[in-house]
Design a protein around this ligand. Structure first.
Ligand SMILES: [Zn+2]
Length: 236
């Protein structure tokens, strides 16, 4: 399976879907990740407390290296549009850029943030643009560098730990990541500008595993990632 992952900030792809990315690659699939920004303003807390304060370009350079190292551990390629974050604004021109990425890569599946991740507007903006790009990548009347392609399926990954009661994120798909969980944590540790990530997502993935045990009969599952599908078509 060819999979394209859109991620608002440097680490989102890894914290929310890193285990599933490893599983897809291990099964013979390919995963290309496109970060919309480096998360330089709102998701690089450990860098902004340094004295002297780094420049924005220094923060972006550090985050670039972190996310490349994390993606390598997952077995995926990674690029960054560098749209800037907080506020992350995807203009019509940038939407076309994302649409053209879909036409170039021709994924069967696109992963992005939960459509209603209201506690983080940059995430909502990302999926608004991703949904548009998935919906119109087949339109002959929209000209970009690459030819129109069939529409990929869009599946949403986790909201920020603790916000799902507000955002209404309820998984209807669980991926058992028990056997690759250590690698996911290894990748998360590369994203050192966000020190809480390994602990936070260990708790969340353990919790999702309990849901998977009860809701999906995945009795041996110790760690899981939860996803919500847009629409109700079956996923192979
Ligand atoms: Zn984020």
């Amino acid at each position: 399976m060819k999979v394209l992952v859109f991620s608002a900030h440097a680490a989102d792809f890894c914290s929310r879907a890193g285990g599933a990315i490893i599983k897809i690659v291990e099964a013979g699939g390919s995963v290309d990740i496109y970060d919309l920004s480096y998360g330089e303003r709102c998701e690089s807390p450990a860098l902004w407390v340094r004295d002297p304060k780094p420049t924005i370009d220094e923060v972006k350079a550090i985050r670039k290296q972190e996310m490349e190292e994390a993606a390598e551990i997952l077995g995926a390629t990674i690029n960054c549009y560098d749209f800037g974050d907080s506020p992350l604004v995807v203009s019509p021109e940038r939407q076309l850029q994302m649409l053209d990425t879909i036409r170039e890569i021709k994924p069967e599946l696109v992963l992005s943030h939960w459509v209603n991740d209201v506690m983080h507007p940059d995430h909502v903006e990302t999926t608004r643009a991703a949904l548009w790009a998935c919906s119109y990548c087949n339109a002959g009347g929209i000209e970009t560098a690459h030819e129109p392609v069939g529409r990929p399926r869009l599946i949403c990954y986790e909201t920020t730990m603790g916000t799902s009661p507000i955002s209404g994120f309820v998984p209807d798909l669980y991926v058992d990541i028990t056997d690759v969980f250590a690698r996911k944590i290894e990748a998360l540790k590369k994203l050192a500008a966000q020190p809480p990530l390994p602990e936070v997502y260990e708790i969340l993935n353990r919790y999702r595993a309990m849901e998977a045990q009860h809701m999906a009969g995945m009795s041996d599952c110790r760690y899981a990632e939860g996803f919500a599908r847009i629409g109700k078509e079956p996923v192979a």
